[in-house]
Design a protein around this ligand. Structure first.
Ligand code: ZN
Length: 313
């Protein structure tokens, strides 16, 4: 009884005031409150580089009576340590669960800093993590110029989609695949916050390298529109009303899909696909030119193959 009382009291007590800003890569790392007991940490709207040390993806955390739930952990154990310090400034409960939304390294390489927590993701995501782990570590090390403690990059355990209760805190998990082949989307009905992982990009262009198909991605976004969330946390870019995030991501994906189809239908090569003026509507989005070029290189061969051989994209 006493223990329960103390546990309840602890949640209501503001954690020790932050005396020092938490620094990462010579910048202050900050958490923005987005709902009751819920914060997000926004990554820089940049590509991986030595100057951002890999802090490009978003993280979010929910303080619950039985422990803090962390959604994604950043791109290195070193970042995870800074994130852990930041979380302790906002929540009096240590992180007890880490949910990883997908297998891209900017979303789960920080897990090592949360050794005492359970690390959880979808089975589809875990399989992709196992497949790509070594290549992803090489990629992060090359682009950020930092060595990772390679052996510390472990794979999470698996969790099934559906209603789950972490401690006493209920969440609804959705298994999707439009962005990466294994995408966990998390709905918190207590606060009506929807954590999209990289199913949603906002004010930062969508990365499409591992998408099983741009149309599938759009169909899954349409399914998520039915959830009536109040606020959405994308994998990259600021939080916003869900419709705003869905509209921007879907609009860009629809344009990209149509453009690649049109060029393939004309029998033209990838150079022609690259030589297009990107619509003004997308020019305010960070990294549009960069991601568009990557998308053409990575996806265009599929559009050509589909036209020639009728293979699915
Ligand atoms: Zn990402």
């Amino acid at each position: 009884m006493k223990t329960r009382f103390l546990a309840g009291l602890a949640l209501l007590t503001t954690p020790l005031a932050a005396s020092e800003p938490v620094m990462f890569c010579e910048r202050p790392l900050t958490a923005q409150p987005i709902a009751e007991n819920t914060w997000m940490v926004e990554g820089l709207r940049e590509e991986l580089s030595t100057s951002n040390c890999g802090h490009i993806g978003n993280q979010a955390f929910i303080a619950t009576p039985n422990g803090t739930i962390l959604i994604d952990s950043g791109s290195s154990p070193h970042f995870g340590e800074a994130l852990k310090t930041l979380i302790a400034q906002h929540s009096s409960h240590p992180v007890r669960w880490v949910l990883n939304t997908h297998h891209h390294p900017d979303h789960f390489f920080g897990n090592a800093a949360f050794d005492e927590a359970e690390h959880l993701t979808l089975a589809s995501t875990r399989a992709l993590m196992a497949r790509d782990r070594e290549a992803l570590i090489d990629n992060i090390e090359r682009l950020t110029g930092r060595n990772l403690a390679r052996s510390h990059i472990a794979l999470p355990d698996t969790i099934e989609a559906g209603e789950v209760t972490l401690g006493s805190y209920p969440l609804m998990l959705y298994a999707m695949s439009g962005h990466s082949g294994g995408d966990l989307v998390i709905m918190d009905h207590s606060t009506d916050v929807l954590f999209l992982g990289d199913m949603g990009f906002y004010q930062r262009a969508a990365a499409t390298a591992h998408s099983p198909g741009l149309q599938q991605w759009q169909e899954e976004l349409n399914e998520l529109r039915g959830l009536n969330a109040r606020i959405a946390v994308p994998g990259h870019g600021p939080s916003a009303p869900p419709e705003t995030v869905f509209d921007q991501t879907a609009h860009y994906l629809a344009w990209l899909d149509q453009h690649l189809s049109d060029v393939a239908n004309e029998g033209l090569g990838a150079n022609h696909a690259l030589a297009v003026e990107i619509p003004d509507a997308f020019n305010t989005i960070a990294l549009t030119k960069y991601e568009f070029t990557r998308s053409v290189v990575q996806l265009y061969p599929r559009y050509e193959a589909r036209l020639l051989w009728g293979t699915p994209q």
